[in-house]
Design a protein around this ligand. Structure first.
Ligand code: AMP
Ligand code: ZN
Ligand code: FE
Ligand code: FE
Length: 282
């Protein structure tokens, strides 16, 4: 089994890198991509744990949240050099912006009558990339929301009362930085762009390709077979590597399992070789 999209406690996952690797080994995931939001802090510990088990190969990755509206655009970077200075400083900048936004969200929630503090949010997180899921967890713990999903739907999502906009990296800049670090930039879960139509999505993909996009996430926990078939055809048309993964987070997304997603996820074995060829081609 291959799973190229997962999160650890370095961002908003509930398992530490070592725990995630242990789960992968137990679940039969042989190739594991770790793609934390705006940080690569989990990679070294994951690699150490993987080397110790000898059962799991780690594909180093990262997930950038890029500037886009009305939906969200996430760009995955695979096979990046975790020591690349340009990548590290771009990620540091992204986390600094989060650290400016997060207290404003907590302030907005307090203004709405919820008793909570940034200290509680920090206590709910274990890594360097802190975000809305941690805020949502505090709301759940205090009985203000039934689940992380519920907290997003009622308070935290764009258009909801405690939403605070945050400047994000431009897509072309994220693509440039990923490539500068030797990686392959991949458009994550395309449906989350909320394109107006199939041709609108194609237009967005064409623009990203002009900026250097290398792949597209075709297989994903929340894609239907029809969606995956459509994305695969699009990827092939634009010479993009088709990738896939569960977007496992642990408890924040309790219905998503490592390796299998919501049950039927299957990432073809040639995916990793395709990524390596793409990375080497430059
Ligand atoms: P942030 O990056 O801090 O703005 O938070 C966005 C992240 O929260 C996304 O990348 C997802 O991992 C997670 N997320 C977004 N919407 C939801 C939701 N409805 N339920 C649970 N997690 C969500
Ligand atoms: Zn996440
Ligand atoms: Fe994402
Ligand atoms: Fe993700």
């Amino acid at each position: 089994m291959i799973d190229l999209h997962s999160h650890t406690t370095a961002s908003d996952g509930s398992l530490s890198p070592a725990e995630l690797v242990a789960l992968a080994a137990a679940a039969g995931v042989k190739v594991l991509g770790i793609t934390d939001h705006d940080t690569i802090d989990g990679l070294a510990a994951a690699r150490d744990a993987a080397a110790a088990t000898g059962l799991v190969e780690i594909i180093p990755g990262v997930e950038f949240s890029a500037e886009y509206s009305p939906g969200t655009m996430h760009l995955l970077g695979y096979l990046i050099d975790p020591e690349n200075g340009e990548l590290l400083s771009a990620l540091e900048e992204m986390r600094a912006r989060r650290n400016t936004r997060n207290p404003r969200i907590v302030e907005a929630l307090r203004g709405l009558g919820f008793e909570m503090t940034m200290e509680e949010v920090l206590a709910a997180s274990r890594g360097s990339s802190i975000g809305r899921p941690h805020i949502a967890q505090v709301m759940v713990a205090k009985g203000y929301a039934q689940s992380v999903d519920d907290a997003f739907a009622r308070w935290l999502d764009r258009g909801r009362p405690a939403y605070v906009a945050q400047a994000r990296i431009e897509p072309a800049e994220a693509i440039r930085v990923i490539k500068a670090a030797g990686g392959v930039p991949v458009l994550a879960h395309p449906y989350q762009l909320k394109p107006a139509s199939d041709s609108h999505l194609e237009e967005i993909v064409r623009g990203l390709c002009a900026a250097g996009l290398g792949g597209m996430e075709v297989w994903y926990s929340r894609h239907t077979a029809e969606m995956s078939a459509f994305y695969l055809a699009l990827a092939e048309r634009y010479g993009l590597v088709a990738t896939g993964g569960s977007d496992f987070h642990g408890t924040p997304k309790p219905d998503i399992f490592l390796g299998t997603g919501t049950g039927s996820l299957r990432v073809p074995p040639e995916t990793v070789a395709n990524l390596r060829v793409k990375a080497a081609r430059r």
